[in-house]
Design a binder for this molecule. Structure first.
Ligand code: PNS
Length: 163
């Protein structure tokens, strides 16, 4: 059986924590779709197309192996995308009890809606404190985001701040 998993998120921007989860998910499934989803609860920094482009370049640069593709989704339910591509599993990175509280209802609803299971993956401890919102804040205030993001993202944000 060909197992397909979706790794969804805002990826605004992709962090080293995200890449860690994507790489480990790619080791568990035959095919991974990294899906950039518009989250209406968050004020976006980057357009979806830019997030997709940075993700693609970061995944290529990292040299990670496996069948990994990047896509975006902004029409309808996340599980509709899963059904369209034949994915049966969602993979989410979990850093804290706050993430568990946020993700648990969504996991239950997604299973009820379309029998899509959610797997929670613990981050590498080195990335447990990293979030896109922290990166956005550090970048906006002129700090160095290089320890938290792939180099393509650090270079992109650096270019943005000097424009
Ligand atoms: O990186 P984020 O912002 O924590 O990602 C959250 C995201 C986009 C994955 C989450 O908001 C989500 O799953 N959205 C899908 C919308 C949806 O299908 N909702 C109904 C069932 S939960």
């Amino acid at each position: 059986m060909h197992r397909i998993a979706v790794v969804p998120g805002s990826f605004d921007p992709v962090t080293l924590g995200h890449l860690d989860v994507i790489e480990r998910a790619a080791g568990l499934f035959d095919e991974i779709h990294v899906l950039v989803v518009h989250n209406p609860d968050k004020h976006a920094l980057l357009p979806i197309s830019e997030r997709v482009s940075l993700l693609e370049r970061a995944i290529t640069d990292s040299g990670m192996s496996g069948s990994i593709q990047v896509a975006s989704w902004n029409v309808g339910l996340l599980v509709d995308y899963c059904t369209d591509v034949g994915a049966t599993v969602l993979v989410k990175g979990i850093r804290s009890q706050i993430d568990v509280a946020y993700e648990t209802p969504m996991a239950i609803v997604n299973r009820n809606l379309a029998q899509v299971e959610t797997i929670f993956m613990l981050p590498d401890p080195g990335h447990a404190h990293v979030s896109s919102s922290l990166v956005r804040q550090v970048a906006a205030l002129g700090g160095d985001v290089a320890p938290y993001v792939p180099s393509v993202v650090a270079e992109f944000l650096q270019g943005e701040s000097t424009d």
